[in-house]
Design a protein around this ligand. Structure first.
Ligand SMILES: NC(=O)c1ccc[n+]([C@@H]2O[C@H](COP(=O)([O-])OP(=O)(O)OC[C@H]3O[C@@H](n4cnc5c(N)ncnc54)[C@H](OP(=O)(O)O)[C@@H]3O)[C@@H](O)[C@H]2O)c1
Length: 244
């Protein structure tokens, strides 16, 4: 798959799944712009290496909760071909015990942040009558997971936004889809208690956690013309977890 010369924006590209998506597009010729909030050593090493290897990767410190900053960031582009809304956080608490701050923080980064990008990037794409948007949600939006009321609600909201925007943009040659990963090996998964993680593993029919590359392959497919007749969908990638 080739994305030569295409401009791709990926939110939360400094670590984990987002970092994998940054690499996947950069290695396929795209101009990749990713956002982050905190610099980390791996990210800085990657940027230096990418420069040496002639890859077009650019990092932008843009917090997903700051609409003003996002609007300014997006205004700087002439054309945006692909948006991957990936930035996300977890902060688990059981609903009866959940602090309103914890609820608001997760909704703000995951759901409001996604909305801000959808709003401003879709305006750009409408000018060019062309574009492709992929939102990263979660199987937590589709099944009950104890402690994830805030996270699940934010991710279910992203699926609703995906469906709505896909209908608003379909006639303008812009596709909008979502990906719902199960448990993928990243820092986010590492926040889970090892004993609980062991239980999770047992519940996955394919008997392994997903790899970042598994998700990247699906992102590339949805971003390419191979998926040209797919819009408004949420595609689950979870080793069978949500089927049983
Ligand atoms: N890992 C899983 O098992 C799994 C499963 C289902 C869905 N997902 C979803 O997949 C996406 C990526 O998850 P991950 O596991 O790769 O997470 P991760 O390793 O924790 O990485 C999260 C990324 O989001 C960025 N981010 C966080 N808050 C941000 C903010 N306010 N503004 C801009 N960037 C921000 C982080 O950058 P900084 O560090 O610079 O803040 C980082 O690059 C998330 O939406 C997550 O909900 C993950």
């Amino acid at each position: 798959m080739n994305f030569e010369g295409q401009t791709v924006i990926i939110t939360g590209g400094s670590r984990g799944i987002g970092h994998g998506i940054v690499k996947a597009f950069a290695q396929r010729g795209a101009f990749v712009h990713f956002t982050y909030t905190k610099e980390n050593a791996d990210m800085l090493n990657f940027l230096a290496e990418a420069k040496q290897n002639g890859l077009n990767v650019f990092a932008h410190k843009v917090d997903s909760t700051n609409e003003t900053l996002i609007e300014k960031f997006i205004e700087g582009f002439d054309t945006i071909d692909i948006l991957v809304n990936n930035a996300g956080i977890v902060s688990d608490q059981l609903i009866p015990l959940m602090d309103v701050e914890v609820w608001n923080k997760v909704i703000d980064v995951n759901l409001n942040g996604c909305f801000y990008y959808l709003k401003h990037v879709s305006r750009k794409m409408l000018e060019k009558r062309k574009g492709n948007i992929i939102n990263i949600t979660s199987v937590s939006a589709l099944k009950g997971v104890k402690g994830q009321g805030n996270y699940s609600a934010s991710k279910a909201g992203i699926i609703a936004l995906t469906r709505t925007l896909s209908m608003e943009l379909a006639a303008k040659n812009i596709r909008v889809n979502a990906i719902a990963p199960g448990y993928i090996e990243t820092d986010m998964l590492d926040t889970i208690d090892p004993a609980v993680k062991k239980e999770y593993l047992k519940s996955i029919p394919l008997r392994r956690f997903g790899k970042v590359e598994d998700v990247c392959n699906l992102v590339l497919f949805l971003a390419s013309d191979l998926s040209g007749y797919i819009t408004g969908q949420c595609i689950v990638i979870d080793g069978g977890l949500s089927v049983q």
